[in-house]
Design a protein around this ligand. Structure first.
Ligand code: FES
Length: 121
């Protein structure tokens, strides 16, 4: 495993992301509420460029079996990465797929050292 400087912390503010090439791989680096995360730019569905998708929220549904009524509530704004090809959703804070329990984006350790964002791979 080697360390790679991918950006300065100043250039990647909260809510921003950057897709970089590291050792021939595309890696998406995200700043979410001041925490940094890095993922392979590879969607588990059909290999789409997931890290280029929008970062939004998602709808959570609740269903009442007695009344057969349901409610949709928008939540997790700024925490959900949407694959641009078919819309699979991932939590950008841990890479977990919202609709597939055992699916997770491949991730890389990220640190900030002397104002530089460093990814290990
Ligand atoms: S390739 Fe990402 S949702 Fe299909």
């Amino acid at each position: 495993m080697a360390s790679h400087v991918v950006a300065s912390a100043d250039e990647l503010g909260p809510g921003e992301r950057k897709v970089v090439q590291v050792e021939g791989r595309e890696v998406g680096v995200f700043n979410v509420d001041g925490e940094y995360y890095a993922y392979s730019n590879w969607c588990a569905h059909q290999s789409g460029p997931v890290c280029e998708g929008s970062v939004t929220g998602t709808y959570e549904a609740t269903f009442d079996r007695d009344t057969l009524e349901y409610e949709l509530e928008w939540s997790e704004e700024g925490h959900i990465l949407n694959c641009p090809w078919h819309g699979w959703e991932y939590d950008v804070r841990d890479g977990e797929c919202l609709s597939r329990e055992k699916v997770r984006l491949p991730s890389y350790p990220v640190t900030v050292t002397d104002g530089e964002i460093v990814v290990e791979l």
